[in-house]
Every structure is written in C-alpha cells, then in structure tokens.
Design a protein around this ligand. Structure first.
Ligand code: DX5
Ligand code: ZN
Length: 216
C-alpha cells in the first residue's frame, strides 16, 4: 500500500481557507486532516462545525477528523453530518472505547483511535481488530509546530507488530512534527498515513512539498 498524505488545515490561512483547500485539492495529498480542539482535553481551541462544513463544501478529498475533545460521543453524529469521512477519537478521552468505535462505524465513517505520546501501544490490543486506523501522536496534542518526539518510531513499530495478525489492512497514521526529514524513517517503522501541518504550509511551494512527502 502506498502511503497517504494528510495536510492539516490547522496550519492553513483561515482568511484564505478556500484557496488553501483548493491547493490541497490540486496537490498529491490524499486526505484533509481536520483538528478539533476543545480547550479541555487539550489546552487550545481550534474551530468547530461551521469551519468543517466550509472545508467540506470545497474539498474533493476525504476529511480525516481528529477529535481532541472530552467525551467525543456527544458530537460524533454532528461531525459525520458536517462531512467527516473518518473520525479519530483519543484513547484517553473514551471510557467506553468499544462502544464509541461502533458508534462511529454506524454513522458510516471510518473509525480511528489516537494515542498520546505517553500512552502505551499495548493498550490498543483489545480494540485494534475493530479499527480502520490507529493515530500515533508524535507530539503532545494541542498545537501545530511542535518538535517531533523520537520515541514515536518505536511506538509505530509496536502498533505495526500488533496489527500484523489482528488487522493487516490497518492504517497507521502519525501526527505531529512530520516533515521531509523524518517521513522515510517513519514509513520504515510501519506508518502509512502522514499528517503534516506546519511543514506543508510553511513551504515556499506547497504542492511541490506535498509531492516530496508523497514520494519519500
Ligand atoms: C496537533 C494536531 C496536529 C497538528 C500537526 O495537536 O493534532 O494535527 O496540526 O501540526 P504540525 O505538523 O505542525 O506538527
Ligand atoms: Zn491532528
């Protein structure tokens, strides 16, 4: 399976959001990564439904919605209605994770679970077979532009090993500090979907940089 690139619109220019959505449409990117932060699960607030719907209106590629919110069950249907194609919830935010994953699937969305840097991969053992994707956080969630945590390579290899028998078609996505210098090593470790925010949007030639990531 060729790897996927998911630019994070958290790093887009919100005053020129349509322009940036169309840049991604016309690039080699595969998904739009949409970061939702509630100021509770993470110490930052990003944006809500009106922005997701605005992106959906122009996006020609799937919306990969990453919920960094407490008790995400409250809003799964709203995000599906707003246009999410996949919904990622955090392991740390879901006391009844199996129920949450089934609810996402019943809404017709791909179901994914994210783990924070300090959460062991092993905790996914009893849910990994039910998932479409695991999201390994390579920074502490809440902000774009943070430094990549090196332990992520080990964590990805652990998820890859767990999925080998239980779920060989699993997407293993990595999010935080991904750029052209670490993507090849992350791919070697077992990741096959890459979120990139500041590295994409700070590039002088954004579509060319996306192509660089896609062919790394
Ligand atoms: C961080 C978000 C990321 C963020 C990544 O909490 O989940 O998706 O947009 O941004 P960069 O690529 O700048 O680390
Ligand atoms: Zn994210």
């Amino acid at each position: 399976m060729n790897h996927l690139i998911a630019p994070s619109i958290l790093a887009a220019d919100f005053a020129n959001l349509q322009r940036d959505v169309e840049m991604i449409n016309n690039s080699e990117a595969d998904w739009f990564h949409v970061d939702i932060m509630d100021g509770m699960f993470v110490p930052n607030i990003s944006f809500g439904f009106p922005v997701v719907k605005a992106v959906k209106k122009y996006a020609t590629k799937p919306l990969d919605v990453h919920l960094m919110i407490v008790d995400p069950d409250r809003y799964l249907k709203d995000f599906a209605d707003a246009g999410a194609d996949s919904i990622t919830v955090h392991y740390e935010a879901c006391p009844h994770l199996h129920r949450t994953v089934q609810a996402i699937k019943q809404l017709g969305c791909k179901a994914a679970v994210a783990i924070n840097p300090a959460t062991p991969a092993l905790l996914l053992q009893d849910i990994i077979a039910d998932l479409d994707m695991v999201l390994v956080m390579s920074v502490n969630p809440g902000f774009g532009g943070q430094k990549f945590i090196e332990h992520t390579y080990t964590k990805i290899a652990e998820v890859k090993a767990m999925s080998a028998n239980a779920n060989p078609d699993l997407y293993i996505e990595v999010d935080g500090g991904v750029d052209s210098h670490n993507i090849a090593q992350l791919k070697t470790a077992g990741a096959n979907a890459f979120v990139a925010g500041s590295s994409v949007f700070s590039a002088a030639d954004q579509p060319a940089f996306i192509s660089t990531l896609k062919h790394s």
